[in-house]
Each structure stands twice: as C-alpha cells, then as structure tokens.
Design a protein around this ligand. Structure first.
Ligand SMILES: O=C(O)CCC(=O)N[C@@H](CCC(=O)O)C(=O)O
Ligand SMILES: [Zn+2]
Length: 331
C-alpha cells in the first residue's frame, strides 16, 4: 500500500486506499504527497519525525531511498515505533523531472508567504502539514531530515547543511550523521527559509538538509553508498538507537559569505562542473556582477558550495565556506 501511495503520488492519481494497518501501527494518506505513520504504542521517547524528499523534483535518489524504507516497513521487515510524516515535496516538478516549475520551492518556507504560483501554493500546504503534524505530537522530540541531492560532484558526496535558527542542534545528531556516513557538515550563518530551516526555526526541530549524492533520473541512482543513511532512517522509524560514529569522522564548515546574483550580466569565474567544496586562494576572482561588481576571495581561502550562475536575479548563486571546528559537546 505504501508503494501504491508513492506511485500514485508520483503519477498524479488518487491512491486506492487512504488508510490501513502497518506492522506496529497505521498509515493515513494526509494529502497529495503526504503520508502519516502512527504507531500503536509509541514510547514516550519516540521522536516526531518528518522525512521529506523531492523538494526539488529532479533529485530522485532520496525518493527511491524512502521508497525502499517504506517497502521494508510494509513487508514486516520493520516495525513502526515513531510517529512519522513522509513528504514528497514538489510533485509537479517530480513528475516533470525538473528542479522546480516556476521558482525554487526550497526558499519559500516562511510564514506569511503571500506569493502566488505552483511552488508558493505547495510551500503553504507543506508548512501547514508540518505544523499540524508536530501539533499532534506535543512534548515529543522533533526531527526533520530533508533529503536532497546536488547538481554537481562534491569533495564530500554526502553532506549535511545545518540551518541557522535559535534552536541548538542536539549533540547526538552529529554522531548519528557520522554513523550514517555523512562526510561533512555545513553550518548556515543566516536564515535561509528552506524546508529544514522551517522546522528548526518555527518548531525547534533538530533539522538538516541532507545532500545524498548527485542529481540522477529515476532508475539511474546507485543507492549502495546510502545504505548507512537507510539504516539511520529505519532506526528512527522503529524508535531504535541509531548507529553512531565519532563526529570527528566528519569535516565541519561554516558559511562565510552568501553570493547573490544581482544583475542579468552575472557570471561565475570557474568551470560549471567545479565540485562542491573546491577551495579558491586569496585574490581569486569568483564572480562578476554588473550591479554588485566583482567578488574576490579575501585573506582567507574560500570553498564554494552550490555554485549556480543560472539562478533568478536576487537568488543565491553560491555559498562560500571556511573550515569550522567540530561542535562543542559533540559526544
Ligand atoms: O546542487 C545545488 O546547487 C543545489 C542542491 C540543493 O538543492 N541544495 C539545497 C540546499 C539548501 C540549503 O542551503 O540548506 C538548495 O539549494 O535548496
Ligand atoms: Zn535540492
């Protein structure tokens, strides 16, 4: 049935059944691309877990990964122990195989959003779904892992972006992410209005954008490197302690500068296929912008993450990052 929900969501049709039994609980289809899993008798410590994928429609590996976890749950290989909201983000873009339809959904998750259009309507629907889900589970620890893949290669193929918000990330998250073979962590230094930022900023959730490899079409993903991540997701679904590794197994970075495109005449001064986390020396010119002028690396070398010269004017064209120490108190 969960596979039926996934297929129906991806194909844009109504699923056969809206609810039913699962090993350890029940499922309920809460709307297009929204699946709520409720355990029969969750422990008091079971987290309220949001797992989202497909916020960008061409990022298919996380959708396939979630599909495999749900199939194991439905077949009895797993027993539900935690309340979970599974979200397929941008259904129209997923069906089209594109990153988005009109604009980047992953910059719209801000309350009071009054924009119009496909992604704005979806952002409001998803914010409402997350609000309602967490409200149904007061007092529970809140987690939100928003699963993505990146447009280009990366010196660290699997990495986590920690949104900036008032809530402090619990120390155990670093050991869990290292145990899931996440190779690097990037601390955001400003509000980004992404989906993971939404749950952290408005709900105090432990939340991350998890980059799990490269953008590939459905059926062309190699999920083998994501097996440790699948084990983490399954442990959380079952409310079992996840595998942990020392956080020092990961490299830590912080955002030193966000580069925005200000003019039509804008270009990045390095190859389109430059891998994420490539380092540039002091004095290197990284961008030219007819409005903002050139951007040149200062006294400290900078690494580039998510470079994209083809973003809309006013949108983020790259994150420029520097090394950071492991978080204090990481076990
Ligand atoms: O590879 C790229 O250029 C973008 C990959 C992606 O979708 N990344 C997320 C990161 C969100 C964040 O900064 O927390 C995005 O750009 O929305
Ligand atoms: Zn993405």
């Amino acid at each position: 049935m969960l596979a039926e929900w996934l297929d129906a969501s991806l194909e844009g049709r109504a699923p056969e059944r809206g609810e039913g039994h699962l090993p350890g609980g029940r499922f309920r289809i809460a709307g297009p691309g929204l699946l709520e899993l409720t355990p029969t008798s969750p422990s008091a410590d079971a987290p309220a877990l949001v797992l989202s994928a497909g916020v960008h429609g061409n990022e298919t590996a996380p959708i396939e990964l979630l599909g495999e976890c749900l199939a194991r749950l439905e077949s009895g290989g797993l027993t539900l122990g935690s309340p979970v909201l599974v979200i397929l983000g941008n259904l129209t873009a997923i069906r089209a195989g594109t990153r988005f339809v009109e604009t980047n959904l992953n910059r719209l998750f801000r309350r009071g959003l009054d924009a119009e259009g496909e992604e704005a309507d979806r952002a409001r629907a998803l914010m409402g779904a997350v609000d309602a889900f967490f409200a149904r589970h007061p007092g529970r620890r809140r987690l939100h892992y928003d699963l993505h893949t990146a447009i280009r290669d990366s010196q660290y193929p699997r990495f986590a972006v920690e949104p900036h918000a008032e809530a402090v990330t619990p120390a155990d998250q670093w050991s869990w992410l290292a145990g899931a073979d996440i190779q690097a962590v990037l601390h955001q230094e400003g509000h980004s209005w992404t989906f993971s930022h939404y749950s952290k900023h408005y709900h105090g959730a432990a939340a991350f954008t998890l980059e799990l490899g490269r953008v590939r079409p459905f059926g062309e993903n190699d999920l083998a490197p994501l097996a440790p991540m699948a084990r983490l997701l399954e442990a959380l679904l079952e409310d079992r302690p996840p595998a942990a590794r020392p956080p020092e197994a990961m490299a830590f970075f912080r955002v030193a500068h966000e580069l925005f495109r200000r003019a039509e005449a804008f270009r990045l001064c390095f190859a389109d296929d430059t891998p994420n986390f490539t380092e540039f020396a002091p004095g290197t010119r990284l961008a030219e912008d007819a409005e903002a002028g050139p951007f040149t690396v200062g006294d400290t070398p900078l690494r580039v993450v998510f470079p994209n010269a083809r973003v809309e004017i006013g949108a983020r064209a790259a994150l420029l990052v520097t090394a950071a120490p492991p978080p204090a108190g990481a076990p």
